[in-house]
Design a protein around this ligand. Structure first.
Ligand SMILES: C[S@@+](CC[C@H](N)C(=O)[O-])C[C@H]1O[C@@H](n2cnc3c(N)ncnc32)[C@H](O)[C@@H]1O
Length: 310
């Protein structure tokens, strides 16, 4: 897909109805030949809309008016490009815990959680947050994660987590000011509720830091899995990670994770695993697929705002 098409698609499928500012910016970028040429000079993995917009926000640039945005990005391109090259889209979206919870709550307890692509590790605390599944509230902690759930009963209990560990190429530290600023820059401009829940979840993680190791999902998974307590159910999970991993490595990872004891939970773009016979998604916007041990179960909105079981 060309870079211009990537931005146009992002506007139509991801930002539409979710972030009017980013919808305007991505349409504007898709039509600006000079900006597309600048982006095309970066490696393919560094051309993503989220990375460009977050880099400009990190530099305190304007992200609501497309003209001001394009002027800023053009004038300050060396700095913008340097941030894009040095950083990655590592949005730690705690709302995705609401997608994991229905599965985690039904597994044999207690659980040993091992997250791949954990970013700052905020999704390693699904037992500490509260959930609002339409009318049904579960838990007493902060933040409260809202999710419109259809086709499945809301979970009635929180999981019992006795061990939590994360692996990431570049783990982020919620107590480090630059890491916090980057994580906040990755949240879309209008989404103050997401920034608030990031802050609330960061307080949880800062009070009880999880084991977060730098490492690769193939090379370093076996050694970390070895450290999990054997009297708990090991759950290896990942949300919105594999789109950043090249295809041959994804296959090696799947073979590896299938060979581990316990369970494997994935929330990923449907194109990643090439599932057969998925039902139609609820609408045209981007949906990921929740899967347990390779079996697809539900369509999920990217930030955990809704899930629709098959
Ligand atoms: C879009 S972020 C999602 C973070 C988190 N899973 C969430 O949903 O909030 C993807 C994360 O995967 C990590 N990642 C990408 N490739 C990886 C690899 N080969 N091994 C480990 N982590 C990886 C990135 O560094 C990044 O933090």
């Amino acid at each position: 897909m060309s870079t211009a098409t990537t931005y146009a698609e992002f506007a139509a499928r991801e930002a539409h109805d979710v972030s009017p500012a980013y919808e305007r910016l991505s349409v504007a970028v898709s039509r600006d030949r000079e900006m597309i040429a600048r982006l095309d000079a970066l490696p393919p993995a560094k051309r993503q809309p989220n990375l460009l917009f977050a880099a400009v926000r990190f530099l305190d640039g304007p992200v609501t008016d497309p003209g001001a945005f394009l002027d800023f990005a053009a004038e300050r391109w060396p700095e913008v490009a340097a941030e894009m090259l040095a950083r990655a889209t590592q949005t730690n979206e705690v709302g995705r815990c609401a997608l994991l919870l229905p599965v985690l709550a039904e597994l044999r307890q207690p659980l040993a959680l091992l997250e791949i692509g954990a970013s700052a590790g905020l999704n390693l605390f699904p037992d500490r947050y509260s959930y609002q599944y339409s009318e049904v509230r579960l838990g007493t902690g902060e933040p409260v994660l809202d999710c419109v759930l259809t086709g499945h009963e809301p979970p009635t209990k929180l999981p019992d987590v006795v061990w939590r560990a994360g692996l990431d190429l570049h783990p982020r530290d919620v107590t480090d000011p630059a890491d916090r600023r980057w994580l906040e820059s990755l949240i879309w401009p209008e989404h103050e509720h997401r920034r608030e829940r990031l802050r609330a979840a960061a307080r949880v993680a800062a009070a009880d830091p999880p084991l977060l190791l730098p490492g690769d999902l193939v090379d370093d998974l076996p050694a970390l899995a070895e450290r999990a307590p054997t009297d708990a159910t090991l759950v290896v999970f990942h949300t919105s990670v594999l789109y950043q991993v090249p295809e041959p490595r994804r296959r090696t990872f799947v073979d590896l994770v299938r060979g581990l004891p316990g369970h494997w939970v994935a929330v990923e773009n449907p194109t990643i695993f090439g599932y057969d016979d998925l039902p139609k998604p609820p609408d045209e916007t981007l949906h990921n697929v929740l899967a347990l041990d390779g079996r697809p179960l539900a369509w999920c909105r990217p930030h955990g705002q809704g899930m629709s079981w098959f």
